[in-house]
Design a protein around this ligand. Structure first.
Ligand code: IVH
Length: 673
């Protein structure tokens, strides 16, 4: 390779890596597997070694991670958060062992092996036994202060209880979203018509950087601790550090093992290769660490990673199999999901017959044709995915695939909204899976909570023509129910009781149950509280909707559209007739004072000692109003830390006073600003 060619190759690789880094760290998305990404980085390292003069000072190989997100306070790490050297081969692991042996001048040593958890690394700072900071890795030197969010993770102790706790120490770990929580979250998103998240790791990473810690808390993140750092810790080996973490009630995965020889390390690797699927999170390899801390110190670090540890990564197993066809599923909201029907094939211990293809863009990107041999992988995702076509096996006579134009269930012409990847069946009130899905959504626990009915019952009720919309449930008779398979007097009565009981459900549950797109339970609660009755909500203008808490343009638009639809209005009037709650039973606010008499506030940013909801309550209890968007009529913008620049700009432009918490307290005390 000539210098000129190398220069071009380095440029191309740098661009590619930066692109994927940005996608991963800033947008929480991935387009290539870790294996492919690592390969790109490896190629760049090799080229830079071969042509050291061409190495750029800002090369991605110099950096451990991604850029810093602006909204959070930047914190410098006391000990840089380095990455680990990676290998996919046993030979390289043997080389690593050779380097360790040499570095330790022939002294005996042992390894401590752990799984490599595929989550988001976190640094937890404890002072006098109290958790004072949680910081993301960022670029390895400095990260984002996400303490408020970290504190919502139940497995992270807020206070250590022990005698002789070191004054200062740091714990490193991996924050993750357990697989079952991830699947549940995606089901909920699908249920209200939101796009599903791609994988658990990126979702955990996005969640950790959310602004509202109460939403983070609902997401139920978890954390595995794997590294104790600091001075005067009274530990001599990594193993003792791990035991200390266990004693201090950190969540430590028990999948570790001390290994005296490299063969034992290989055994450990083999042992977990096929068992890692049973763990609550994805693991992409094994981390091998020299156990003695004194020996770790002797081995030291390179610029990027410790010489005393290495990660052995499992290759994402990829198999090739025939694409027999594509089927299309219709969801509750009418969204179409294409599914690859595959010739059954063994992959990581399970038989794979189907794989999700997400949407038409994905099929076009892969340029799939029926009869192709496709590569199927189980990577970070739980559902297997098609990663590419084995072009060598393509016969040449297959035609490119034409995406369906009509709904496979009701033959209605499909539509595609601008800016959305999915196709939709617009036949909302006549398409069977949409109708059944809507009723299932309606009866779920968070909605009307009719647990005496289930998916099978709904299916039969629909097939017998007894129920075509949720309101029909309230007009069922015992005779109707006795027509169902295996349903006798007792279970029919049970169902009727459940249906009747559900009439007690509060307005916010009813509002969630009626299935307005993008209105999840939290939004339904806010809407119910804000608008108080369904009639107020149904007649609200776009601007009035925007003024409600949690409501942005997308939700406002969706609510407007819902109430424009005549069939929805008929359904609501039938539900009203059945006796459901369409008014919020909110206790009247008893005023503490009227010092804020009709003054309007927008609350923005983060406040040290208050949740935003607490501030809101204080304003309401003192006669004020809380709005969610800034207009010329607004009296005050109450600004905390990290308020977005757009809000500040808008307030300044409109001449709305921007006040601090101190100013706010002065107002409460009756002072003039
Ligand atoms: S030890 C100085 N142990 O892998 C090395 N890291 O590429 C400290 N990781 O940023 C890391 N599981 O997020 C260590 N059992 C484990 C791990 C682990 C996952 C992550 C960690 C780190 C990255 C390194």
């Amino acid at each position: 390779m000539t210098t000129q060619q190398a220069q071009k190759a380095i440029q191309d690789l740098t661009q590619k890596i930066n692109y994927h880094n940005d996608l991963y760290y800033q947008k929480h998305k991935t387009e290539i597997s870790d294996f492919e990404f690592d390969k790109l980085l490896e190629q760049l390292v090799a080229l830079e070694n071969q042509f050291p003069d061409l190495k750029q000072p800002d090369s991605p190989t110099q950096r451990v991670g991604g850029a810093i997100t602006k909204e959070y306070q930047t914190v410098y790490h006391q000990y840089p958060m380095l990455s680990l050297g990676n290998t996919y081969s046993r030979e390289e692991l043997t080389d690593f062992d050779g380097r360790v042996a040499k570095g330790l001048d022939g002294d005996a040593y042992e390894y401590f092996c752990e799984l490599k958890f595929d989550g988001v690394s976190i640094s937890l700072i404890y002072e006098n036994g109290i958790l004072t900071k949680g910081v993301t890795r960022g670029d390895g030197v400095r990260g984002d202060d996400v303490t408020a969010n970290v504190k919502t993770i139940r497995n992270i102790p807020l206070k250590i209880i022990d005698t002789n706790i070191p004054k200062n120490f740091e714990v490193r770990g991996e924050v993750f979203m357990p697989k079952d929580i991830f699947i549940k979250l995606n089901k909920e998103r699908e249920d209200i018509g939101e796009e599903k998240y791609a994988n658990a790791r990126n979702t955990a990473s996005g969640t950790l950087k959310m602004q509202d810690s109460s939403i983070v808390a609902q997401r139920k993140l978890d954390c595995y601790a794997y590294y104790l750092l600091g001075k005067d810790l009274d530990v001599e080996t990594h193993e003792q550090g791990i035991h200390k973490l266990e004693k201090w009630k950190f969540n430590v995965s028990d999948a570790y093992r001390k290994c005296k020889t490299l063969d034992e390390v290989f055994e450990y690797i083999d042992y977990w290769e096929n068992r890692r699927g049973e763990l609550p999170l994805e693991t992409d390899g094994v981390v091998i660490k020299v156990n003695s801390l004194e020996q770790q110190e002797r081995l030291g670090f390179t610029a990027k990673s410790p010489r005393w540890a290495i990660a052995y990564k499992y290759k994402a197993e990829s198999v090739s199999t025939r694409l027999n066809g594509i089927t299309y599923q219709v969801g509750r909201t009418g969204a179409i999901t294409p599914v690859a029907e595959l010739e059954p094939v063994q992959l990581s211990g399970t038989t794979v017959k189907r794989a999700s293809l997400h949407n038409a863009n994905e099929i076009a990107r892969l340029d799939l044709r029926i009869g192709d041999y496709v590569f199927v992988e189980k990577g970070g995702e739980i559902i297997p995915k098609v990663t590419g076509v084995d072009l060598l096996k393509r016969k040449g006579n297959q035609k490119p695939l034409a995406y369906i134009t009509h709904c496979p269930e009701c033959q209605t012409l499909l539509i595609r909204h601008e800016g959305e990847a999915a196709h939709y069946c617009p036949n909302v009130n006549g398409c069977p899976p949409q109708i059944k899905g809507r009723i299932e959504h309606f009866i779920q626990r968070k909605a009307m909570d009719i647990d005496s009915l289930g998916e099978q019952t709904i299916r039969q009720l629909f097939e017998l023509g007894l129920v075509k919309s949720p309101a029909d449930l309230y007009f069922l008779t015992k005779e109707d129910l006795l027509r169902l398979d295996k349903v006798k007097e007792k279970s029919a009565q049970n169902m009727l009781n459940g249906i009747k009981q559900s009439k007690q459900a509060p307005f916010e549950s009813v509002l969630f149950a009626i299935g307005i797109r993008y209105v999840g339970k939290t939004v339904a609660e806010k809407l119910a509280r804000h608008f108080k009755t369904i009639d107020n909500l149904a007649t609200a203008t776009y601007d009035e909707l925007l003024a409600a808490p949690e409501v942005g343009e997308i939700i406002a638009q969706s609510v407007l559209e819902f109430f424009k639809n005549r069939e929805n209005l008929v359904e609501i009037s039938r539900l009203k007739k059945a006796g459901l709650n369409f008014e919020a039973q909110i206790k009247e606010v008893v005023l503490d004072s009227t010092v804020l008499d009709n003054k309007s506030f927008v609350i923005s940013g983060v406040f040290e000692n208050y949740e935003r909801d607490e501030l809101k309550d204080i304003i309401l209890k003192n006669g004020g109003k809380v709005l969610s968007s800034i207009s010329g009529k607004l009296d005050y913008l109450l600004a905390g830390e990290n308020m977005g620049p757009a809000k500040r700009e808008k307030a300044e432009k409109l001449g709305v006073p921007i006040i601090s918490l101190n100013d706010f307290n002065a107002l409460l005390a009756g002072q003039k600003l």
